[in-house]
Design a protein around this ligand. Structure first.
Ligand SMILES: Cc1cc2nc3c(=O)[nH]c(=O)nc-3n(C[C@H](O)[C@H](O)[C@H](O)COP(=O)(O)OP(=O)(O)OC[C@H]3O[C@@H](n4cnc5c(N)ncnc54)[C@H](O)[C@@H]3O)c2cc1C
Length: 415
């Protein structure tokens, strides 16, 4: 084990949340080790050609001093200025994260954490290369990738595990969708990931269709740059969109935490339904077939094809006497589930010790993002069931990083 736990804080994950909390902690003089590849999921779990759905003003990482906004990066790099009417290319956001790490974080160790367990009052953190680190506190900022969700009805298509090579994959498995050029692909889901993947697949030469459970697909409204005072009063702006409900959730995430658990879970599940970005609409509507009110009842492999029995479908071909849709690949754009048990690096004993929000496997957290295990913190999407939907997005980094850093610099002795 390298060193005693002393004052060391370990941050697991170097995406927007891990980088922001590490920047604040280091600026406050805390001793921090940050593990993970900088912007790893944005480099390896997002399709090439993707754009961000959030607006530039809602996409700032949180720096402890001025000068760390996306706009500052663009200005310094000579990138064109971004407005609400210019979707942010994924590669610009990756560049911004890497610049932010250099400017405000310092050393990030590109190693994965493979195991974390309690060691007395501290933690033992094991790295991929075998090193064991003793830490006084651990901040889990591992994002969505470990939480990818595929409905059970599809899993029969990938008996050896879902992935790009199998007949079934999840959107988080891909950086390059052009591998499906010339193939028939069914995209399952009706949110941004489904619709953007469908556009990219179509543009790469795949025969794609989108299967959506809902009666219709929703699209974001084109932003209006100069809104009148009356318009702003009726529908105030927020990082997640316009309207009083979203503005309230973004202004007061601490108040969301004080709601009764069932109300909080309702806010978490319902506040932002699936929809496509306004700028994506012209690449999908009338171009890619979108089949609504479709639910996959059964899926099977047959002679190298994926056969889907879909409720509400009347136009499928008959295979072995059953009406089924035949495709070469099924892409599940079915989102993510907050589930502590999907974090394999937390020891089973540690997972059991973490108190969860009633009726869920999402961690119950203090106002400073600390779980019921002293010194173990969760941030980003893992904290969204406590603090509301803003924590699912980059816009929540400032709220989380300030609170975690303030708490840790009070409780963990530092230089
Ligand atoms: C397709 C898609 C599009 C999105 N678009 C937007 C958008 O436009 N705007 C927006 O605000 N949000 C968007 N989001 C949500 C987005 O994930 C978050 O806003 C943001 O990335 C959260 O940052 P994070 O640091 O919590 O997670 P991540 O960015 O996922 O970073 C977590 C990091 O932890 C690393 N990690 C995981 N396990 C370990 C381990 N054991 N050891 C070391 N490192 C580990 C991962 O490799 C990853 O790099 C999108 C999400 C997806 C999936």
């Amino acid at each position: 084990m390298s060193g005693g736990p002393g004052d060391l804080v370990v941050v697991i994950g170097a995406g927007p949340y891990g980088l922001s909390v590490a920047a604040h902690l280091r600026a406050a003089g805390a001793r921090v080790r940050v593990f993970g590849e900088v912007m790893g999921s944005w480099r390896h779990a997002m399709a090439t050609g993707m754009f961000l759905k959030s607006t530039p003003a809602a996409t700032d990482l949180s720096a402890p001093v001025p000068g760390g906004r996306l706009a500052d990066f663009c200005q310094e790099q000579g990138e064109p200025e971004l407005t609400e009417l210019t979707p942010i290319p994924c590669e610009v956001f990756v560049g911004y994260g890497m610049w932010f790490a250099e400017q405000f974080v310092g050393e990030v160790e590109p190693t994965r954490v493979v195991f974390v367990e309690r060691a007395g009052a501290a933690f033992s953190v094991q790295l991929e290369d075998g090193e064991r680190v003793a830490a006084a506190a651990v901040v889990v900022a591992t994002g969505l990738a470990p939480l990818a969700y595929i409905p059970g009805s599809l899993l029969t298509l990938a008996p050896h595990g879902a992935g790009p090579e199998a007949a079934l994959s999840h959107t988080s498995h891909h950086t390059d969708l052009s591998r499906y050029a010339g193939q028939r692909v069914a995209v399952v889901g009706g949110g941004q990931s489904a619709l953007e993947s469908a556009a990219l697949l179509h543009e790469a030469g795949a025969q794609v269709q989108v299967l959506v459970r809902a009666a219709q697909v929703r699209w974001g409204a084109v932003p209006v740059l100069d809104r009148s005072l009356a318009e702003r009063l009726v529908r105030p702006a927020s990082p997640l969109g316009t309207g009083w409900a979203l503005a309230g959730l973004c202004r007061a995430p601490h108040a969301v935490r004080c709601l009764p658990a069932p109300a909080r879970m309702l806010v978490f599940r319902r506040a932002l339904g699936p929809s496509g970005g306004w700028w994506l609409r012209e690449r999908v509507e009338g171009i890619v077939p979108i089949r609504t009110r479709r639910r996959i009842e059964h899926a099977r492999l047959h002679g190298g094809e994926a056969l889907l029995r879909v409720s509400g479908a009347s136009d499928d071909r008959t295979v072995d006497g059953r009406a089924e849709m035949a495709v070469d690949h099924v892409l599940a754009a079915t989102g993510y589930r907050i589930d502590l048990d999907a974090l394999p690096f937390l020891s089973p004993r540690l997972r059991e010790a973490v108190a969860c929000v009633t009726g869920s496997r999402s961690p119950s957290l203090s106002a400073a993002f600390e779980s019921s295990v002293d010194g173990l913190y969760f941030t980003g999407s893992l904290a969204a069931p406590m603090f509301g939907p803003m924590l699912r997005f980059v816009a929540g980094t400032a709220f989380a990083a300030r609170r975690i850093s303030a708490r840790l610099t009070r409780t963990v002795p530092h230089r």
